[in-house]
Ligand binder design. Structure first.
Ligand SMILES: Cc1ncc(COP(=O)(O)O)c(C=O)c1O
Length: 393
C-alpha cells in the first residue's frame, strides 16, 4: 500500500450513490435475488431499464449468439447489428436517422450538439440556446446537468455550461418567453420521471410544437425514461399526437445493456457529418444486438396492449389505497410509469416496501415511483398489492 494511502480508506468505490443495504446477484422476469438468497419483486425495473423483465430469453439468446462472434468493432467499419437496430427504430418512429451512444446523458449531449450544429449550419451562429423546463432531468454530464432544471443536481458544479434557459413546466403563459434571438431548440420530457412523475399537459405541448414550427426551432423529446413502452405506447410522443424532430433513448432500449440513441428527422440529422460526433463503444455489436432483440419483441408481440391492461389493473388497485389513506394524495403518470404523491417522505415507503421484499423508487422527496416490468402479470400485481397493504395501510 502506498504510504500516502490511509489505512482507514475502506471503500474503493466513490460514494456517489445512496445504496440500499442489499446486494442483488440474480434476476429473472419480475424478480431479483440477493446474495443471501432472499427474493424480491422488482417493481423498479432497474430504474425503467429492464422493461422486458430481468434476463429476458428473447434478448439473452440473441446476445449469447453475438458473444460467440464479435464483441467490439470500431465505428470506422460497418456494423450490421447497428444498421438493423437503426432501421427498426426508423421504421417504428418519426425518425429518419439514428446516432448510437452508451447512455441517456450521452444521448442528450449528442442531441444538444446536433441542435447547435443544425442552427450553425443555417448560418444562425448566435442561436445556441436550448430551452428546458423546471424539474426536468436530462443527465449528469456537465452539459446535461446544465440542461437539467433542478438546482440540487447542479449544486457545486459551477460554472454551468452556458446556453440553457429553464421555463416553468406546464406553464402556458411562460411559453410567451420561449423564443429569444439565440434560441435554437427545446428539450422536453413528456412525462417528467425523476422530477416527480408529472405528465405534460396536452395543450401546453401543442403550443410548444406550434412555436417550434413557427420559429424553426428543433423540438427534442427526452424519451430516455418514457420510451420503449414504459408509458403504454412505444414512445410517449405518440400519445400526444405530435412529431418531434429529435428523440433521445437509452434505459429500456438495451434491456440492461448500455446503449443510448438519438433518433432524428433527416433535415436535422444531416447536420452531423463525418467527424462531428462519435463514440468508441457507441452502438457496438453486442449492445445493438440487445437493442434489436428488445425493440423487435416490443413491435412484434402483444406486450404493449397487455402492458396497458396491466396499467389499468394496477392503477385501479393503487387508487383504493389512495382513497383509504389520507397520507396518500394522488396517483399520476402514464402506462407503467406510476407515481403516488405522498404527504410524508417517499423514501420511508420505499424502505418499508423493501423490508417487505418489494423494490420500488422515489421520484423527488414526496413521490413514490412504481415501474413494473411491462412483462409482469396480474398475479404478480396481486402479490405486489398484498405486500403494499403493509406499506400503505
Ligand atoms: C429523462 C431522463 N433523461 C436522461 C437520463 C440520464 O440517463 P443516464 O443515467 O443513462 O445517463 C435519465 C436517467 O434517469 C432520465 O430519466
Amino acid at each position: 500500500m502506498s504510504e500516502n494511502k490511509s489505512a482507514m480508506t475502506t471503500e474503493p468505490i466513490m460514494q456517489t450513490y445512496n445504496r440500499f443495504p442489499i446486494t442483488i446477484t440474480k434476476g429473472k422476469g419480475s424478480y431479483v435475488w440477493d446474495d443471501k438468497g432472499e427474493k424480491y419483486l422488482d417493481y423498479s425495473s432497474g430504474i425503467a431499464t429492464c422493461n422486458l423483465g430481468h434476463v429476458p430469453d428473447v434478448v439473452k439468446q440473441s446476445v449469447e449468439e453475438q458473444l460467440q462472434n464479435l464483441w467490439h468493432c470500431s465505428n470506422l467499419y460497418h456494423i450490421p447489428q447497428q444498421q438493423s437496430l437503426a432501421q427498426l427504430l426508423v421504421d417504428h418512429s418519426f425518425g429518419d436517422q439514428v446516432f448510437f451512444c452508451n447512455s441517456g446523458a450521452e444521448a442528450n449531449e449528442a442531441a444538444i450538439k446536433l441542435a447547435r450544429k443544425y442552427a450553425s449550419n443555417q448560418n444562425k451562429k448566435e442561436a445556441f440556446e436550448v430551452v428546458t423546463f423546471t424539474n426536468s432531468f436530462h443527465g449528469r454530464t456537465l452539459a446535461t446537468l446544465s440542461a437539467t432544471g433542478q438546482e440540487k443536481i447542479q449544486h457545486g458544479f459551477d460554472p454551468l455550461m452556458p446556453g440553457f434557459r429553464y421555463l416553468p413546466f406546464n406553464d402556458h403563459e411562460a411559453l410567451d418567453q420561449l423564443v429569444q434571438s439565440n434560441t435554437c431548440a427545446v428539450l422536453l420530457e413528456l412525462v417528467q420521471g425523476e422530477g416527480g412523475v408529472i405528465p405534460a399537459d396536452q395543450e401546453w405541448v401543442n403550443k410548444i410544437v406550434e412555436i417550434c414550427k413557427q420559429h424553426n426551432l428543433v423540438l427534442m423529446v427526452d424519451e430516455i425514461q418514457t420510451g420503449m413502452g414504459r408509458t403504454g405506447s412505444l414512445f410517449a410522443y405518440e400519445q400526444y399526437g405530435i412529431e418531434p424532430d429529435v428523440m433521445t433513448l437509452a434505459k429500456g432500449l438495451g434491456s440492461g445493456f448500455p446503449i443510448g440513441a438519438v433518433v432524428a428527422k433527416e433535415h436535422v440529422a444531416k447536420a452531423f457529418g463525418p467527424g462531428t460526433h462519435g463514440s468508441t463503444f457507441g452502438g457496438n455489436p453486442v449492445v445493438t444486438t440487445a437493442g434489436y432483440a428488445t425493440l423487435n419483441h416490443m413491435v412484434t408481440s402483444d406486450i404493449l396492449p397487455k402492458a396497458n391492461e396491466l396499467s389499468s389493473y394496477i392503477v385501479e388497485k393503487l387508487q383504493q389505497f389512495v382513497d383509504r389513506n389520507d397520507d396518500l394524495l394522488s396517483i399520476r403518470g402514464k402506462g407503467l410509469l406510476i407515481g403516488i404523491e405522498v404527504k410524508g417522505k417517499a423514501i420511508e415507503y420505499v424502505e418499508k416496501a423493501r423490508e417487505n421484499h418489494v423494490l420500488i423508487l422515489v421520484a423527488g422527496p414526496n413521490v413514490v415511483r412504481i415501474l413494473p416490468p411491462l412483462t409482469t402479470t396480474k398475479q404478480e400485481i396481486d402479490h405486489f398489492i398484498e405486500k403494499m397493504e403493509k406499506v400503505f395501510n
